[in-house]
Design a protein around this ligand. Structure first.
Ligand SMILES: [Zn+2]
Length: 277
């Protein structure tokens, strides 16, 4: 009985196999080829041209301009340190004056604005612009000075109203262009001419020479509405922070574009505008 069932199944499978191969033969016999005709310039699907995509920067790359680290407010911290020996200055009258340096960045913050450490952003923007355009590193010799380091670095009466104390002034030179400080001045001016933010605003785009004689430099300074630029030659403007042998540029903020007000030194801001630890 079992045998006859297997035999019937065998016959059934075999018949169905023969049927399939017959169908394939028939299909091939009846199949007709047909050419596809189209014009040489005929396009069915438009393929957009391939363009290389510029990848987004990784977070760690965003803090660099080429191989140069970007300047941030961290670079402006007070250069004072308690390791500096007291300075004694003889006076024409009375006892000599003693000056002690501050405790440094471990003992006080940068100026505070809106509960955050603050340096005027235009200073940071301009220094990074110089780095980007020259491909060279900007060396900040003096950013923020707390009042104690300010008097230690420069005890002259003029320095006692320095905008270094309110985060609105920076002294610097460019590594590799130490003796061409005019290059830095040139890039500052070109930034104002080219940046869309200042486009059409003459008071920012155009720099005027400062022709008064109440300055400590022999080169006439330049200014626009926002900044004041002084160029110190290698024998000018020497103080504790600028003991290097190079000429340097001093950049002061004159106008706060966010608050639409003049930037001036004020005793309360200089002395109470930062945190002591
Ligand atoms: Zn200090």
């Amino acid at each position: 009985m079992k045998r006859s069932i297997f035999f019937i199944l065998f016959l059934f499978c075999r018949c169905s196999g023969i049927q399939h191969s017959e169908q394939d033969k028939l299909r091939q016999q009846n199949a007709k080829g047909e050419f596809i005709y189209r014009r040489s310039n005929e396009i069915v699907y438009e393929i957009p041209p391939i363009e290389p995509r510029i990848r987004d920067l990784y977070p760690w790359e965003q803090s660099y301009i080429g191989s140069i680290p970007k300047i941030t407010k961290e670079w402006f911290r007070c250069k004072g340190t308690s390791g500096n020996a007291p300075k004694i200055e003889e006076k024409q009258q009375g006892a000599p004056a003693h000056f002690y340096d501050c405790g440094g960045t471990g003992k006080h913050s940068l100026p505070i604005q809106n509960e955050e450490e603050f340096i005027f952003p235009i200073l940071i923007e301009l220094l990074n612009e110089i780095q980007a355009k020259t491909g060279k590193k900007v060396i900040i010799t003096c950013g923020h000075r707390c009042p104690q380091h300010n008097v230690y670095a420069d005890s002259s009466s003029k320095a006692q109203v320095s905008k270094h104390m309110v985060g609105a002034e920076v002294d610097f030179y460019v590594q590799g262009l130490e003796f061409q400080p005019e290059e830095a001045v040139k890039w500052i001016m070109s930034y104002y001419k080219k940046h869309p933010k200042y486009h059409g605003k003459k008071e920012f785009e155009e720099f005027i020479r400062y022709d008064k004689t109440d300055v400590d430099v022999s080169t006439q300074p330049w200014y626009n509405k926002e900044v004041f630029i002084k160029l110190y030659k290698k024998n000018e403007g020497r103080d504790w922070d600028n003991r290097h042998p190079y000429p340097y540029v001093s950049l002061q903020v004159r106008y706060d574009r966010d608050r639409d007000e003049k930037v001036i030194y004020s005793w309360p801001k200089a002395n109470g505008g930062f945190r002591r630890y």
